[in-house]
Ligand binder design. Structure first.
Ligand code: SF4
Length: 486
């Protein structure tokens, strides 16, 4: 059920949502970059031009400088060990030579040339054509992906839209953000829908949950683990065995005892007792430790602890049903986050309730495996979009309206760098307290994605000020704020 509010329609008309109509269109290179960055591909079917399998352990980081499009990817080709290096994205194989990459030393470390289609034999690095590997039709992907940010935002610049936005009444601004937030909810929901078409609803949910647990530097290793859920969850005889499989496969299981912490060593021995017997069975699921970004992480966000939590969820086996029950329950606004936290919270864990990581000392007081702040991220990024699109598939409009109500009522999430910069550029440095709801934050992030990410520090060719002007005119015409007709 598409969102059809003012923001969504204006976004479509202005080209901020540029739909490719059929598969005969040659996609813009930016779209291919976004497809690669977000791996909107049948990841288990990727093959190089010469027929070798490609396993993408990490797609790399979008490169804002000159040189290859993605830096520090980790890719396994055929039976070779995983290799770290750069990835270049082009429309055609011939781009490698016609763009001069073959003579440019900045491209020496390219390990994979991702192309839409192969137009000639490759002379450079292994070539991966992706035209037949997309996980959704090109037109659908263009709606979701073309506006995904690949490059970082410019810094500290007040935008041209800030003056017209200041003219809006608080109610009118709130409604504009709300409509942008509706577009964002739909975009996230479509991603679940596209994935569910191939792997089923439950697997799509697990992948979303794992990605959210990896936010923000370890999304890809978490996603890779989730993709293999059917393998590592089959036949596990205890929750500890699941923790062992997840920690072992992740590459994050320490090989040595600490010899300083008796409790840690005892737990580590028990995990290794399970893992050494099984690890050969799961060779195809193993991830290299180097895939994880651990530097600068808050201890509470360490992936070891997140994996321990995920093992509890998978072992209980009740999470998808519990989320549906949560959706069906009557809940007032003020208990939304607490009630969802109860769904995700697990009982005490002998080791992980008392430790942030394998290396950390025992905590003086037991800590829950999931903090309240993560629940908002899980809600707006995973749970609500997943439930919303499922309700849409079942043509249950009443349930969709209820999920939207929860989405708009959800309390604000933690601040982040995108929001801070957006408040500065669009809202003239408004205080963080201006957002009482997570949806308002989501709306602002959608505007950044739709407009700021495709302009520059001087707001060149940005059409958002014109949208605000039309919005303001429309509101004057109708004499006040209107409800969203999403
Ligand atoms: S790029 Fe557009 S949306 Fe972003 S600050 Fe400038 S005018 Fe506003």
């Amino acid at each position: 059920m598409p969102i059809t509010n003012f923001y969504a329609q204006w976004r479509l008309r202005s080209g901020a949502a540029n739909v490719l109509r059929d598969n005969r269109d040659l996609p813009p290179e930016r779209l291919l970059q976004a497809v690669w960055q977000h791996q909107r591909l049948h990841r288990d079917q990727l093959r190089t031009l010469d027929g070798q399998t490609v396993r993408v352990l990490h797609p790399g980081f979008g490169n804002a400088e000159s040189g290859p499009d993605f830096r520090n990817a980790l890719v396994q080709i055929g039976d070779a060990p995983p290799r770290a290096g750069d990835v270049e994205v082009d429309l055609r194989t011939s781009g490698w030579r016609t763009h001069g990459h073959d003579r440019n030393p900045a491209f020496q470390n390219v390990i994979l040339h991702v192309v839409w289609d192969a137009d000639r034999a490759a002379s450079g690095p292994p070539v991966l054509p992706i035209r037949t590997a997309l996980d959704a039709p090109l037109g659908e992907l263009s709606l979701w992906l073309e506006r995904e940010p690949v490059k970082p935002l410019p810094e500290k610049m007040q935008g041209r839209c800030s003056a017209p936005l200041r003219e809006l009444s608080p109610e009118s601004l709130a409604e504009l953000l709300r409509q942008a937030a509706a577009v964002r909810l739909q975009a996230k929901a479509e991603r679940f829908q596209a994935r569910a078409r191939h792997v089923g609803w439950e697997q799509a949910l697990w992948e979303g949950l794992f990605r959210a647990l990896g936010y923000k530097h370890n999304v890809w290793p978490m996603h890779c683990l989730a993709e293999n859920r059917a393998r590592w969850s089959a036949g596990a005889t205890s929750m500890l065995a699941l923790q062992a499989r997840l920690l072992g496969s992740s590459g994050l299981l320490p090989a040595d005892l600490s010899r300083a912490q008796i409790g840690t060593d005892s737990y580590l021995r028990r995990v290794w007792d399970c893992w050494w017997r099984e690890r050969d069975e799961f060779t195809d699921c193993h991830l290299p430790r180097s895939l994880w970004r651990l530097h600068g992480l808050r201890p509470a966000n360490h992936p070891q602890r997140r994996l321990a939590l995920a093992a509890h969820w998978v072992w209980a086996g009740t999470l998808p049903g519990a989320l549906e029950n949560w959706c069906a329950a009557t809940l007032p606004d003020k208990s939304l986050d607490d009630s969802l936290l109860r769904v995700f919270q697990v009982g005490a864990d002998d080791f992980w309730s008392w430790h942030w990581t394998f290396r950390s000392a025992r905590l003086p007081k037991a800590q829950p495996l999931l903090g309240a702040t993560r629940v908002t991220d899980l809600a707006v990024n995973v749970v609500l979009p997943w439930l919303w699109t499922r309700a849409g598939e079942g043509q249950n409009e009443t349930l969709q309206r209820e999920i939207e109500r929860r989405y708009y009522a959800w309390p604000a999430a933690e601040d982040n760098a995108v929001l801070r910069l957006a408040r500065q550029r669009l809202l003239g440095g408004a205080a963080r307290g201006v957002f009482r709801s997570a949806a308002a934050q989501q709306g602002l992030m959608q505007i950044v994605r739709d407009f700021c990410d495709h302009s520059n520090a001087l707001c060149k060719d940005c059409r958002f000020p014109a949208l605000v002007s039309d919005w303001s005119q429309e509101h004057r015409d109708v004499g006040g704020t209107r409800a969203s007709d999403s």
